[in-house]
Design a protein around this ligand. Sequence first.
Ligand SMILES: C[S@@+](CC[C@H](N)C(=O)[O-])C[C@H]1O[C@@H](n2cnc3c(N)ncnc32)[C@H](O)[C@@H]1O
Length: 236
Amino acid sequence: MRTLGVWDTPIKTRLREAQTAIPFTADTALMLPGPECLDIEHMLNEGMLARNSRGYAVEMDAEYSQQMADRMAELGLGAPEWDCLHGRVEDVEVELPLQFAYLDFCTAPSADICHWMIQQLNDQMTDGSYLSVTWLRNYRRNGFMNDFVRGNHLFRGTDFISTTRTMCEYTGFDLSPTCLILVALTRLCMPTCILEPSWIEPYRGDGGADMLGAAYRVKQLGERTVPQKLLKRLGY
Ligand SMILES: C[S@@+](CC[C@H](N)C(=O)[O-])C[C@H]1O[C@@H](n2cnc3c(N)ncnc32)[C@H](O)[C@@H]1O
């Protein structure tokens, strides 16, 4: 049995509080609550989730996922309203339209996560829903992020780091290029949504790693408005 309490820290508490600053009760949610479900407990206490809310609680670690299901049961949440799933969230088929998603990854983005966000999450986030993410921002050893930043996939031929630096200067964003890249990537992963930021903050995470937390209100446009010219260029 692993030690609990890893995420019972001031910074995580502040992140959970940032989520619940909005006066809103989500009927449906997708969460990565970890073994202790501290976010779910906090959101139940603050009224952001109700006892009859439905959703997905996902955990990729086998031991944590058992602890998560046990804790969810103690909180009075389980089947059929809640799917407590052992696996990677990027393998989950999201069938429920979502009013809230708290993707507390604390990892760097991967190709699979981004594809899942584009293909599953984007379509199920309802108009007026809320999306929060936490990303690790030390991603220099991450092949996908290196490709993304260098432009091998999306920005071929541009120096994305210096472009973002210039963007920071022009827009007055008080974020490092590393953070802006994560913000830009999050937006690209939600192609039919406008993400209105309610809170974006770089922070030094538990264990010392650099993180970015971001919370958005989602305006769902519902249509992929990929310009015809671009589609033609991409060979569709
Ligand atoms: C930061 S902790 C969650 C803390 C929790 N949200 C809270 O506020 O107390 C992130 C959890 O998500 C799990 N996790 C990270 N990436 C995941 C993924 N891609 N799929 C499923 N679980 C994942 C980790 O194993 C970990 O238990």
